[in-house]
Design a protein around this ligand. Sequence first.
Ligand SMILES: [Zn+2]
Length: 302
Amino acid sequence: MKLTRKCFLKSSALITGGLFLPGFRFLSAFQEQAFKFTPIRNNIGIFTERGGTIGWYATSDSLVVIDSQYPETAKNLVEGLKQKTPRKIDLLFNTHHHGDHTAGNIVLKDYANKIVAHENCKVLQEKNYGGNPEKPQVYPTATFTNTWGEDVGNEKIVARYFGPAHTGGDSIIHFENANIAHVGDLVFNKTFPFIDPNGGGSIKQWVFTLEEIIKHYDSDTTFIFGHSISDDLLVGAKKDVAAMKDYLNALIEFVSKEIKNGKAKEEIASVSAVPGFEDLKERWQGARKMNLERAYNELAIQ
Ligand SMILES: [Zn+2]
């Protein structure tokens, strides 16, 4: 197993804490660096460790979780949620099938009464991850086509599907009373997104889906994003959704123009910036190049 920096921090904290400093405070101070619960409002917040942002709603009579990250991190989520409520998870949602949003289902299934996702999410999870004994999958127990609504505690929760975008099965989960919407990976805030044509994603369709989201939710809606350039940007507003749409539009416009100019794929993908988005930063090396190449693949076919 590759030891990530966060894992290392956590393991070294455990070792140091055990050998030299048995004090609980020292240990918990380091553990906080490994994972974090951040409240937003109305008992709704986010959990961050590794992988897609997890949303939670926890009260004495309700527990809802959105996405599950990885088995190791889902265990930390469960331990932290136990401090908030003794309940089992009434509802677990998966915003889409990618492993950093669904691999933790295997841990959460023991605490969750129901796992809900868009019907395509389940199909794509089976297709992409099924049949690997090293990574056993837990699939949604209920799926929907257009919308899913359920009241839990004081919240009216509505999941919606607006069409293909980041994958072929992305849903937006809206806590209507708090007016907080988890959009999964439909927004990579202030950074280059992961584009996944094999998972049913499409840049052009992604723009339409973001337009629908901008129309549907109001200006007071708080949005939770699957990924961002830094942890303080995982929660935002409609302007951030609009900025994501503007980036994808700029990507389409630039690559289409270069294709018309007769440029080769390699030449287009090697530019140092997408015009208008010179300051956009990569979360992983090669993200910009990958965006340009996949835009070429999608646009050159016509
Ligand atoms: Zn994703």
